[in-house]
Design a protein around this ligand. Sequence first.
Ligand code: NAP
Length: 547
Amino acid sequence: MSDQHSQSSAVDAVIVGAGFSGLYLMHRLRGLGFSTRVFEAGTDVGGTWYWNRYPGARCDVESMQYSYSFSEELQQEWDWSERFSAQPEILEYAQHVADRFDLRRDIDFETTVTGAQFDEAQRRWNVETDKGERLSARFFIMATGCISTAQIPDFEGLSDYRGATYHTGHWPHEGVDFTGQRIAVIGTGSSGIQAIPVVAEQAAHVTVFQRTPNYSLPSQNGPMTEDYARSWKDNYTALREEQRHTAKGNIRELNNESALKVTEERRAEMYQKRWDIGGAAFLSSFNDLLVDRDANETAAEFVRDQIRSIVKNPAMAELLAAKDYPIGTKRICIDSGYFETYNRDNVELVDINDTPIERMTPDGLNTSGRSFEFDSIVFATGFDAMTGTLYKVDIQGRDGATLPRKWAAGPRTYLGLMTKDFPNLFMITGPGSPSVLSNMMVSIEQHVDLVTDCIVHMRDKDLALMEPTLEAEDYWVDHVNEVAHTTLFPLAASWYMGANIPGKPRIFMPYIGGVGRYRKICNDVVADDYRGFRFEADTAQAAAAAE
Ligand code: NAP
């Protein structure tokens, strides 16, 4: 199957994106003798960690767990400096991986894939880039990440504003000096919550515009200790394997008790313990927090009380305390001093439910009843998640099928990996896989290994095309939906549900059944002769073999 020459216009696989998915996928495929071309819009590797350079950007999964497991040498030789790493260090890690495994030579940087059409006769994908290059690939693989299409709301008068504007997901590489400036931050999701404390330290004044308050837990971040790093490195083989079979791809102890079946003292003690440990472990304090509304409320109220004790202005504390949706059903935020920031004299909070933003003006913005002036506006307004980036490429499958048309009522995939009518198109951590509900590193490695297995299977069996059946796809879409509705997640207007994008269908997009369960399903599918997929033989290979 291999089209040998690199930099060729005919390759085995075109991979879009040189983030953690694209890098590992290229490494795997190349190691198995497949020719690959990777196209990356940025000037360097790193994906999300290349683009999201806003002040305070940091991973909310511990670095000993948020790192590749595929190379024992790599995981032993790399040292993290903090428990939760900041963006520059994670980017440095991605760069190190690219260099260490000599990946850069097959990556075209500053190149965007604009279109890909499936050629039925050739049984290949014709791929086009914004540099005018056209190439043919047997496999077309979107390794574009789930949260990579930045979203700035269509505020009236936006183009009138004369100051500087920034989106957290497209931060200038040279950094921004806010010293002495009056800043607006719009949005209080994970990005805003990380950026606001750092911006407030620099700027003269920060006004935060909040639509929905978010639950945020302290990271309790600190320097990596030698002992802690050792405890992982000495046991990495077993610990990585354990990660792969957990619910979220993270090893954190679930307390297997119901929050409603323990005493109030026990509950408070458990929440306080987890709060003090830091990070998302808090959500595993009890086994029913994400499935029972009353249980969830006990955790939510604990967090609200923490906010009330941190934020000195009681009215502000109430505004910051989320009340309208269960804790954990929007992506939990992990912060470093977020609520404390509201005790600063130079930070103001504006509730835009009470006084909505009416329009941008040349000098700032108007809410109902008040006019604000700003030197810069920071949009921490999120992303068109999971589908936005897939839709940006003009992908045409069989008979001109497109993803936006096919998925008009919500994404339709089998295993979040493939979608019918788009043969040999793979999505790494696509909608319908655990993806954003998990430690992405674990899910990325699993999907890359799965895609690689599929491609090797096809090479071994002289198969040209792979595609899910309609029945398998229907089954999976129903299953993803059904499992989501056994939890409290659909109760929140979250980006998991597409709720942050006007007009986007409200469907719970990721698979919430758990990383371990999902892995088992995938392994069973493969063991059962790729149940739910149909293949077409490579007739050219078969004819050549017959001669
Ligand atoms: P987000 O969670 O979608 O938050 C966007 C914020 O902007 C929300 O507060 C939202 O309010 C607000 N917003 C959106 N449209 C608005 C409008 N028209 N008017 C006013 N406010 C508006 O986006 P994000 O903070 O960039 O985070 C996205 C995801 O990226 C996270 O959930 C996480 O998965 C990932 N992330 C991870 C890390 C990390 O590892 N630490 C850091 C950053 C991001 P509503 O809630 O009312 O819609």
